[in-house]
Ligand binder design. Structure first.
Ligand code: NAD
Length: 424
């Protein structure tokens, strides 16, 4: 029941955030109508043979919100909370995110309603390949390009690419590996795409620190989620000299006032089914007290709607960097803004991931091989630029960072519609 409320909350949040920005910027009425709905919502039911020989039917989703600026782009999530409404909310966020980052993409999102921990690696491979086959021409390298999200990884992206390429004609095959991004570097992936989202979170925090006349050195922070985004964010925070005092994943909440070593924690999790429970370098604490831990920075990097009116008042930090998509409810955010907490909104804070994906797409499309150093420096440049545009818009409209980020994003889409017109 709690999960159902969380899903419904995400869509309601994105709608309320959109309406607030649309009102303030006086968004064109027609464009507002277009952006209020999705272009397509695809639901596929497909059979997979399990290791025990039995057939199970899985349900997969792909929501394509808007493609005014280019092909749909957005991740695939494997989680029990995935449904058409959750995918709709996440697809809308992708439209704003790609536009804000200045990319030639629209927004999409999807996934499978599944608890992947219940399936073997071989079963997950068959599920992923069959899902790709079921989506068929609803995805494509110049049409809709998935990427990793919660519980999906580079290996799964390689299976998607391989399945998609395998179903094309021989002449087309080698020219379509950019149907998906976030692949392993050896299979058409980009050096540095794995860390792009977490790196981007830390770049935006460095920009925040600069504007607050400080640095990240010695700052205490907490991270919710120790998956791709959470652990890479912690890795780069450590390089800045920041101190991780608490971390929570689906398995446990850990605390150590003297600091938790993110490198040792990652090594431990990698040998423990990606879970941090049982790590000896910190003590377990009650889950409900996590967001109230004394710190300067909170990095939510797990699921949506984690900070709400129920716990926003407990937060002691000065800044929230939204590594996750939609971690704050609208009511929770209002409490934080009232308290003067700075918020680096998801569509800016975690956009390093889709920017990295764009670089991978270009690399594949142009037959190039990019090196890590170039990837990270181009990423830093793009994020610093987006950060300063959001700050400028927030001051111009005398509004909060999230609304400013939405305004920046929607202006670009509005211009595209006005210049192109509506067919026929
Ligand atoms: P992941 O699957 O690699 O990791 C998810 C983490 O969240 C795991 O550590 C898991 O244990 C934890 N978690 C799950 N349920 C939890 C709960 N109830 N409480 C606390 N922790 C919980 O996923 P990811 O790719 O790191 O994505 C995390 C978030 O970042 C998502 O909101 C995703 O949409 C967003 N995001 C990811 C990317 C990317 O490139 N992977 C890009 C942009 C945004």
């Amino acid at each position: 029941m709690q999960e159902v409320q969380k899903k419904a909350g995400m869509y309601e949040n994105v709608r309320q955030q959109f309406n607030k920005a649309a009102d303030l910027m006086n968004l064109d009425e027609g464009v507002r109508k277009i952006l209020s709905s999705t272009n397509s919502e695809i639901v596929v039911n497909f059979p997979v043979k399990l290791d025990n020989g039995k057939i199970e039917i899985f349900t997969g989703y792909r929501v394509q919100h808007n493609a005014a600026l280019g092909p749909y782009k957005g991740g695939l999530r494997y989680h029990p909370t995935v449904d058409v409404e959750a995918a709709r909310a996440l697809a809308m966020w992708m439209t704003w995110k790609t536009s804000l980052a200045g990319l030639p993409y629209g927004g999409g999102k999807g996934g499978i309603q599944i608890d992947p921990t219940k399936y073997s690696q071989n079963e997950l491979e068959r599920i992923t390949r069959r899902f790709t086959f079921a989506l068929g021409d609803n995805i494509g390298p110049e049409y809709d390009i998935p990427a990793p999200d919660v519980n999906t990884n580079a290996q799964m992206m390689a299976w998607i690419a391989d399945t998609y390429m395998g179903t094309r004609s021989p002449a087309e095959r080698s020219a379509c590996q950019h149907v998906v991004t976030g692949k392993p570097a050896g299979a058409g992936g980009l050096e540095g795409r794995d860390r792009a989202t977490g790196y981007g979170v830390v770049i935006t925090l460095k920009e925040w620190a600069k504007s607050a006349g400080t640095t990240l050195k010695g700052k205490k922070y907490i991270v919710q989620g120790f998956g791709n985004v959470g652990h890479w964010a912690a890795h780069f925070m450590a390089l800045e000299g920041a101190v991780l005092v608490a971390v929570q994943d689906a398995s446990v909440t850990l605390y150590n006032a003297d600091g938790i070593d993110p490198v040792a924690l990652l090594k431990y999790a990698q040998n423990n089914n990606d879970a941090i429970v049982g790590f000896s370098g910190a003590k377990e604490m009650d889950r409900s007290g996590f967001f109230g831990v004394d710190c300067d920075i909170v990095i939510p990097a797990a699921l949506g709607n984690q900070i709400t009116e129920a716990n926003a008042g407990d937060i002691k930090a000065k800044v929230i960097a939204e590594g996750a998509n939609g971690p704050l409810s609208v009511d929770g955010e209002a409490i934080l803004l009232e308290k003067g907490v700075a918020i680096i909104p998801d569509i800016l804070c975690n956009s390093g991931g889709v920017i990295g994906s764009y670089f991978e797409w270009l690399q594949n499309r142009n037959g190039e091989i990019w090196v890590m150093e170039d990837v990270l420096s181009k990423l830093e440049h793009k994020l610093a630029d987006a950060y300063s545009r959001v700050a400028r818009t927030a001051s111009e409209y005398a509004t909060d960072n999230r609304t400013a980020a939405y305004i920046e994003a929607m202006k670009r889409i509005e211009v595209a519609y006005k210049q192109r017109g509506i067919f026929p």
